[in-house]
Design a protein around this ligand. Sequence first.
Ligand code: GRF
Length: 191
Amino acid sequence: MSTSKNKVGILLSGRGSNMIALVKAARDPSCPYEVVLVASDKPEAPGLAWATDQGIATWSLSPKGIGKPAYEAALDKALRDAGAETIALAGYMRLISDGFVGAWRGRMVNIHPSLLPRYKGLDTHARAIAAGDPVAGCSVHVVTEELDGGEVLGQAEVPIMRGDTPDTLAARVLEAEHRLYPEILAEFVTR
Ligand code: GRF
């Protein structure tokens, strides 16, 4: 029954391949979540156009000009108006204020392209290669005030091959992300 599914709002800033993976997984009748809104700080984000094409409700607003507090208040309202109970960040490239994190505490998750706690922040694949790590990967974690610092809910490892560049490694990790995120989000909304 769709009414018993957890309602998820997805935030993105770019191409949205993880959002697409989450939406496709949600089409399985046994999936415990449904996507009620795809929202973005970038009105031109390709992911938004894909979601619109699929008939999914979308929302976007650029924070430029109006400032972060007004932007986040509008985002929060859009999510609540859509009935969202959980937020899944999927390539959302904007730092989130402590107030917003507090308002959604324990109900917001993110996917990060490293084996946390290693390589928080940006350029994760280049840093893993430079360190000579044998494996890279991705993590789904709860969002807290600390950047990429909340409880890790699940991880997938991806071997680093000889000759890997940040781009080739990123492409393989991304495939793992698309498998990991729907699985972990489904677990998270039912725990
Ligand atoms: C992914 O690598 C994700 O781990 C990171 O941002 C990227 C988003 O890619 N947080 P996409 O927009 O989901 O394709």
